[in-house]
Design a protein. Sequence first.
Lengths: 414, 924
Amino acid sequence: MNKLQELYEEISKCNKCGFCQSVCPVFQETRIEGSVARGRLALIRETVEGQIAFDHEFKDTLYECLLCKNCVENCPGGVTGDSILLAARETMAANHIPLVQKLVFNHLLKHPKRLSLTGRLLQIYEKTGLRKAFRKTGLIGLLGPLAKSEDFLPKIANTFRDLQGGLAPNPQEANYKVSFFLGCGTNLLKPSQGFAAVNTLRKLGCFVQIPETLCCSLPAVSYGHSGVAQEMAKKNIELLLAEESDYIVSDCASCSSALKDYPKLFKEDDAYYQKALDVACKVHDYAQLTLKLSTGSWQRPKEQVVTYHVPCHLARGLKAGSEPKKLLADIKGLNYVELPEADYCCGAAGSYFITYPELSEKVLRRKMQNIKKTGASLVATSCPACVMQLERGARMINHPVKVMHIAEIIEGIV
Amino acid sequence: MASEVISKALQEIKTIVGAHDVLSKKKDMLTYRYAATTSGPPPMAVIFPKSTEEVSQVLKVLHKYKVPVIARGAGTNLNGGTVISKEGVVLELAKMHRILEVDLQNRHVLVEAGVTNLEVQQAIEPHGFMFAPDPASQQVSTMGGNIAENAGGPRCVKYGVTVNHVLGLEVALSDGRVLILNGPLEGLPGYDFTGIMHASEGTFGIITKAWLRIMPKPQAIKTMMAIFDTLEDAARTVSQIIAQGIIPATLELIDHPILKAVEQTVKIGYPLDAEAVLLIEVDGHAESLDSQALKIVAICKENNVRETKVAQTERERELLWSGRRGAVGSIARLKPSFAEEDITIPRTKLPEMLKTIAKIGEKYSLIIGNVFHAGDGNFHPVVLYDSRDPQESQRVIEANFEIMKEAAKLGGTVSGEHGIGMEKLKGMPLIFSCEDMSFMRRLKLAFDPQDILNPGKVIPEDVCKETAAALDRVGQTLKESADTDTDTDRSRFLEQLKILIDDSRVCFDKGIFDKYTIGGKTPWCCVKPQDPAEMAAVVKLANEYSIALVPWGNGTKQAIGAPPDKYDVVTLTGDLDRIIEIDVGNLTATVEAGVSLQKLQQSLHEQNLLLPIDPLEAGNPTLGGLVAANSTGGLRLQYKTLKDMVLGFEMISPQGELIKYGGKNLKNVAGYDLCKLLVGSWGTMGILTKVTLKLFPFSEKAVYRVYGTEDFGAFKKYLLDIQNSKLELSTFDVLVKDFSYYVNLCLSGPKESVDKQINLLNTLSENKMKLITEQDDKLLGSGRDFILKAFPRGLFSPDNTLIKSCLLFASISDFIEQILEHNKPGDVTIYAHAANGIIYAVYHGQGCAEVIDKFRKIADEFSQGNPWGVHILGTGAGYTGRAGGESPPDQNTDLLTGLTVSIKKMLDPNNVLNPGRTAGGIII
């Protein structure tokens, strides 16, 4: 409870105006006070004040949140609901059986269709350090044989790392030196968008390196394992700083946002704090850098209506939601249409779409209805998880819209 | 409450809404024990109905087990309106959030209670419309809650509060029966249940749907900021802007502590050494805004303004507003807790009140900031403190009470827009007497006899001991009590009357009684009290002996509707004829009930002010009569009705007590809104003695134009063109006489704006309608002249067979066409307030009963299935049938009738005041 007690002042700042209700994608679907920041904070406060035990009943209270930060952005009192929630998750993870059990047992094994993703997810699970965090539970022992069973697993295609030899060469004369941070999602599930990002940056005159980094640590942070997150962050910081590049860029808004948040993982007197700041300063989203490199006269041969979904981590993590829109709007031949509620969460939210499939689907439905309203035949975004979620959404509502990472659009032009 | 009872009730409720939609775990309950700033005990359960039907079924169960219940939307109320006071369950309406209808032509939307104010705005904004009320919480607060608290917002100065923009409601009563109140129609007879539901904080019934009036968005807005070195200069500027007759859309004041806090978070560019900033917004036609802004700047300069800034771009405007909107949030960052007061005072007292608040802050060593709706005198002193410090918390409580006390001393009210809830119960005795509160309490029990709807709110329970006695009376019927009078009672009444008042004020002369005959009934005594005290004594005596009193001003409307059942004494208000005050600075007038409209208008005109009503009756009605009948004419399109203009009153209750409500405050949500009950109650609730009215300054320009044609097709199209044009009309009336069709239009406002609209009107009318008359008339009297020219004895002459129908605008022309098809030319004359959907038909021919039946059949098609939508007002030719004809009344009518009777019974158990007469003159 210590971490929460430290945050008691911050928790008490919530004056219960309820403004978070209007911007919370989860509340908009459940309409229950317990699933909005005001209710969560009230409950956490009750636990700190000893009115109610902080037990397993709190799981949904803590994990039903998408961590989209919309409430934080719209809080008149400036209460940082997301950090309070993460602290609570940390406390929960320390005391109780982690949620991953529920994830695997309730949501994966029961639904054969979802298993098509399991193999990849297991790899992500390994990569992100969650395995280490959950080692004690013995869950891996359970999943291991399953993962190896050829009956169950889909054919695993090549990863980005497998294929990276085929990338375009670095330019002879470079204007910037860039470290490309390869996220797990891109590596394992969407190598093509990583290719698009690296290739376009190289074509635009950047010397791009791809260090052998670990997971950005966001999943570990989200599930309340800051110790694991710290370890991974330290390794990544060393690898990234060693390259002495001008920019650290990722095609994944979540990874970029996690890197930007590295300083939060360390106390100010920690030696890594300053290093984390150095990393954070260099972090750019792919579109941020591309906009700088853009000639402004890009042209696309085919007329097409395009809209843009702003990932939560781009809008509120990096606060760089407007750059990709400008990038698209500037391209001749593309008819850019603003998406209503453009920076509203799509419901992917890491593994949320597996832990809370019904809610995730409802949130996604709202997003898809908005996309439909724009009349766009192409929707761009900047995160592999969002891309996959939107693709799922298009199938779900049977709407013929093509989903692309913004780098894939740029790739077709430069 | 025994837990077995609750679990039994919940079991049944789960079968209605589904187990998934009933929460009762301790953890879940903790999230429903608070609203903004207030908390209470956790509820015993939270129930989520998804339809009106479910609300109704759930209430039936709760009623059966007598479980207290609170309706809740977003839980944003500020005084604990949705917080449990002792025990109970929460009926959470957040899952009822559909917008069911957006009807631009008839200018209304229909929403479920859980739709937020902002969602309403977003649904109509793309079409160029707005819903005027805009509380600061609009992005989350629901319409059910906005109505239950009668929410305000910055735009109120010009446009009024929620109640002024709600047409009708669907309401579930405590026993689960569901009532439709008005629906989308205006001008229906009966008590104003829709009005009285506002600010009733869920204690009368549970609002499930609402029909909201929408209006065209102003074409342009100009926002400016004025910076002052002293608070007093800023306050005086506000008072003078209002006093000069400029009504900005918003007029907000932010003082130094708040400025400082805002600047720390938002960076708007407020100078930190300034004492106050005014945020002023004018809206309307772009051409008219510059001159209004110039006038305001001039007033600021006269009051030593340091600087004025006008927002040049939408971005700049947004920035100025962000400071106002973020004010409370920013200040909340300075200290862990804050308390936001909510008082309203007459606008001339602004400087005084600000000084008083500063003194109170010093006295209790507290930081008090002010950020408030200065334009309507609605203060929000924000007190910063730390709730964990018990001593400081105690000082906050004391300081807040003192602020309420001082406001009351200045003629203010203890809540302007937040509501009483539980937090402000202690302030109620500062402005209401025991009798006032008992009257309100009885009203509540008429709606909710078991007292299970949000108990412990609005009225302090300990002031009213007569709950039980009042409840006993519910069993009696009206007839029983009315018939108890005997000859002995009469003689005792007279005996004591002579002791109470001077002989010269009582008259038994049969000769004069004819003058006071109503529908063939004549009184046997006539009383003319010289002052309210005498009036009170007479009513008290009548109540004791069950003597039926008919209040009488100038008798201009007594011929309307069904005559009284019983008629003993005519009570004349003629000697209550003082104009008590015309407060030019506050734009209010206080007059006695017997003052005539002509006399009041003359006095007002001398001050460049007016009361914007143009009643349809001939003669010179008194204010008492006008208020009792809510008599308004075509000006209702812009100014609405007396319901929206009466700010306060004094009346003699049926028990002979002096009841006071309201005052000179523009916003008031303390207690139940008795103005809404009294205005239009036809003297059945009390005899009005004094009334305070909201006034309006002369418009810079006002023009009346009458257009005519003999071609029905052209007329029909013209009506549509006018309605769709978004002209900002003050009057849109229609007259059909001898197969000629006339339209009377009034445009008023700033000169540039009127001129611009006249151009538009010319284009719309060219080659389609003939301009018959045009008149400049700042006094806004030409509408009434037009009516009286068509009906020299007024619409309510006893010779007329008059039928009033309330329809949607879109039905008006088809309705007229049908009437004309079925009648001979010359037999019928039609008059209508077209945009309001109110239409009167006057029959001159013979065979009245037949005509009415035929008429009713036509009207039934158009009146939205509302039997009170068509009703007979004049029975000149002797027709005495029911308003709804021979068809059996529907369930809704039965419910309305039942509620009407129980309210009358609760408030006038001996059936003393105007027995048998009903609001709007319907026969029930």
